[in-house]
Design a protein. Structure first.
Length: 821
């Protein structure tokens, strides 16, 4: 078995390689660091160049494993017992994904041959937010966001005492967290120059554009370490022609490899197929499952394969398919068509981009790549979101190809031609370009002001002072600036105006302490303290702001009556969470509902003998609430009550979820998201349990509607920039910029229509005048073969909605350019 190239002499490249052609790369890196470490007689940090290294090292060279381990060993005495914990500052190695951080830590801890001194929870661990398994000091793998949160909230002295080396692995990925982390690290280093114990920062990647990063940190050629070569080669097999049906072509290629290489050793046989998303994965899995039937026949000359599908959820939950990736080939079995168990020839693993980095499959020989990448994009002005499938850049394709060739020679089968590959973009655009700066805007404001204090520029924020690796787009920046000023986070004080900028208000300083939440979420939470509602209720509501749906409702598979079955599940879930008095409301609540119906566009009349009383009360309750966020809150409360009743009986809880239209996994994810919001409140120094006496689930009948109204005011406080207004002339809804948003039937029209069907009398049907939504999204437009003109590719649809009419008094001119000052 070949060594990682960081351990092999002659693999240094670039200026350093020319001057040290025969040196072992890891020994050169360690020597460079030791010369500057006070433990070995080094002097204090006088510049960023004395504390920063760029390591561009090819995939499979050991940059994510060998490099962190050797830096950790620099801090321990030789011969230290592996059970002895490290005293003093340690090593943190950030990863762009939770699964990568967890997998790297677990794999190294399990490797007693190469890393006998790394023991999980003693000398190595991981920190990925709410899920942690780590020692107080040692080698810690973490998400970039975890380290970023520490830099935001901890004093510099604590960071210096905690870490000797900070490695930003996969620094080329350019997520918002990584860009913000690089800015924070640069300011942190500048602020502490002269301190001999200032940590070293190493930026590592296989595809890093070194010149760009070197310029950002002010580094010269001596700070750039390039490591070439791989432990083993990967042969590339580009097709002569491409394909438009890449799921089908991926299946054909996988089956051809399986049949023509049926004599592969199981230890060198696995196939990894990259697909852009779950829909394509499901298609490939379905086709391969059918094809595998003939191989499962005991009489077949070619043995079967074990089919595994990997997604982010599979890895986070350590589900069956993910665990089987790590299993020894000799332990794998596949049922035959006669019921016996057969040993598979290989595993065929179908995955999204979650397997691009950090996931080492010891037995992987073949990689099949579709060449596509699916990511979220946000378009300004307006902040319209879309999940867009685009050709993957060369940097991502190199990462995919690099999954093979780790332990033995590999083979790469792209489903596109060499000419197509050569025309692809070299790098993926950073998220600050594709998504904007909104999620990290206040953090950038605070960091920029910190940097200005260092240079004597005063505590003023100016857009021109933002020092990011790439500047954010003007439209995205203007959108965030408008929100921050409107929410009261930025103020135009006399001092700030004189300096050409804004100052961070006291409210803005509080909001800036929310490290994981955007401004709309933060504003809704802060409004809760003024409107006297349960902050825990709002924590659940704002947890939904970044989601495409309410998560916890059961979703039927595609097929006939899918929409009707989904609505039935939603009805069951809400019924399970409604207070008893809403199942059969007392007169006081019915009177409130009727009064409110007059305000939001329609009135519900009485009916002495409705044909389906229970269903009528359900729809009346929905009309009373008129809010998908609050409906989800009540359904979640029903789930929590069932959880309390079930105690430790998981089976009974799952049965309850099945009967009541609840997706158990979705409810658990929503609970985790709410926990994240609660932790954010604690980090910001606020009480997340304030207002428990105002919980909606505990509200008496006479206070229920008032509590709903106050919750809606909080929702509007955060989502006011996402108001949708009904145009009575055209019958459409429009967002602030005037773009048409296709809003499905909601509440005052859909619910009243259903009430009519139940025999209840309904007066004056009309659509709500104003709604707010957590997002306006792109969705594929419907197309017809008989279209005379080319149809639009996309249409705009809302996410979750909250009706304002009859609940919230708003400034109708807000956001209208005709009324701008």
């Amino acid at each position: 078995m070949g060594k990682p190239t960081l351990l092999v002499a002659g693999n240094l490249a670039g200026a350093v390689g020319r001057s040290h052609p025969h040196e072992i790369p890891i020994e050169y890196i360690v020597g460079w660091l030791k010369k500057r470490m006070p433990e070995f007689g080094g002097k204090g940090a006088q510049s960023l160049a004395s504390r920063t290294l760029i390591v561009r090292s090819e995939t499979g060279s050991g940059k994510s494993t060998v490099l962190p381990a050797y830096l950790f060993r620099l801090l321990r005495s030789k011969g230290s017992d592996k059970g002895i914990r490290l005293a003093g500052p340690g090593v943190i190695c950030t990863q762009p994904r939770i699964l990568t951080a967890q997998t790297l830590a677990r794999d190294q801890a399990a490797d007693d041959i190469n890393y006998p001194d790394l023991v999980m929870g003693v000398t190595i661990g991981y920190q990925t937010g709410p899920i942690n398994e780590k020692p107080a000091s040692g080698l810690i793998y973490a998400t970039a966001g975890s380290l970023l949160a520490q830099l935001r909230t901890m004093p510099d002295a604590d960071i210096i005492a905690r870490y000797r080396f900070i490695i930003v692995d996969e620094a080329h990925e350019r997520s918002l967290d990584i860009d913000s982390l690089l800015l924070r690290l640069k300011i942190f280093l500048r602020r502490n120059l002269g301190n001999p114990w200032l940590p070293f920062v190493l930026l590592a990647s296989a595809t890093l554009p070194v010149e760009k990063y070197a310029q950002y940190f002010g580094l010269g050629p001596e700070n750039i370490i390039e490591v070439t070569g791989r432990a083993y080669g990967v042969a590339q097999f580009f097709p002569k022609t491409g394909t438009n049906d890449y799921p089908q072509e991926a299946v054909r290629t996988a089956l051809e490899l399986h049949t023509t290489h049926s004599d592969d050793s199981p230890e060198r046989a696995d196939i990894l197929v990259f697909m852009p998303g779950k829909r394509e994965i499901d298609m490939v899995v379905e086709l391969l499952t059918k094809a595998n039937w003939k191989f499962r026949d005991p009489e077949s000359k070619v043995g079967p394969f074990l089919l595994l599908a990997i997604s982010r959820e599979e890895i986070l939950t350590q589900a069956r398919d993910y665990r089987l990736i790590k299993a020894a080939p000799a332990d794998l079995r596949v049922p035959s068509t006669t019921g016996n168990l057969l040993r598979p020839v290989r595993r065929i693993i179908v995955s999204t981009v979650v397997a691009e980095t950090g996931l080492t499959i010891e037995t992987l020989k073949y990689v099949i790549d579709c060449g596509w990448s699916r990511t979220q994009e946000v378009y300004y002005p307006g902040g319209v979101r879309g999940i867009i499938t685009r050709p993957a850049p060369q940097s991502r394709i190199k990462q995919r190809m690099g999954r093979a060739g780790r332990k033995f020679p590999g083979e790469f089968y792209p489903l596109y031609t060499k000419n197509v590959y050569e025309m692809l973009a070299a790098e993926q655009p950073p998220e600050v370009i594709t998504e904007g700066i909104a999620p990290i805007f206040l953090d950038i404001v605070a960091a920029t002001m910190d940097a200005q204090v260092l240079t004597g520029g005063g505590s003023v924020f100016r857009v021109s002072d933002i020092d990011m690796l790439d500047p954010p787009p003007v439209d995205a920046l203007a959108d965030s600036l408008e929100k921050a000023i409107s929410f009261g986070y930025l103020r135009a004080t006399d001092e700030a105006v004189a300096a050409g900028g804004h100052s961070l208000s006291r409210l803005g300083q509080t909001a800036a302490r929310f490290t994981l939440l955007g401004m709309p979420q933060t504003q809704t939470l802060l409004a809760g303290y003024l409107w006297q509602v349960s902050i825990r209720d709002l924590a659940l509501i704002v947890a939904l702001y970044e989601q495409r749906d309410a998560l916890l409702y059961w979703k039927p598979p595609p097929g006939q009556n899918q929409q009707a079955r989904a609505e039935e599940a939603r009805q069951k879930a809400l019924r399970a969470g409604l207070p008893d008095y809403l199942v059969k409301p007392p007169p006081v609540l019915l009177a409130t509902a009727r009064s409110n119906d007059n305000n939001n566009g329609g009135a519900v009349g009485g009916n002495d003998q409705p044909p389906a009383e229970a269903e009528e009360y359900y729809y009346r309750a929905r009309l009373l609430i008129s809010d998908e966020f609050i409906e989800a809150l009540l359904a979640f409360e029903g789930f929590l009550r069932a959880l309390d009743r079930a105690l430790s009986d998981l089976g009974s809880l799952l049965d309850w979820c099945d009967r009541n239209g609840i997706d158990f996994q979705g409810a658990v994810i929503l609970a985790d998201l709410r926990e994240t919001v609660i932790n954010e409140l604690l980090t910001a120094g606020l009480n997340p349990f304030w207002g428990e006496e105002h919980r909606l689930a505990d509200a008496p009948p006479e206070a229920f509607f008032d509590t709903v109204v106050r919750l809606k005011y909080c929702i509007y406080a955060g989502l006011r920039f996402s108001t949708l207004t009904h145009d009575t002339k055209t019958g459409t809804y429009r967002e602030r910029g005037g773009k048409v948003v296709e809003v499905p039937e909601v509440y005052a029209d859909a619910v009243q229509s259903r009430l009519r069907g139940l025999g209840a009398s309904v007066v004056a049907s009309a659509r709500p005048r104003r709604l707010v939504t957590n997002a306006v999204r792109l969705r594929g437009a419907k197309r017809d073969q008989e279209d005379k003109w080319p149809p639009f590719l996309y249409r705009l649809v809302p996410g979750l909605v909250s009706v304002l009419d009859g609940y919230v008094d708003i400034d109708a001119t807000f956001g209208d350019p005709r009324f701008a000052a």
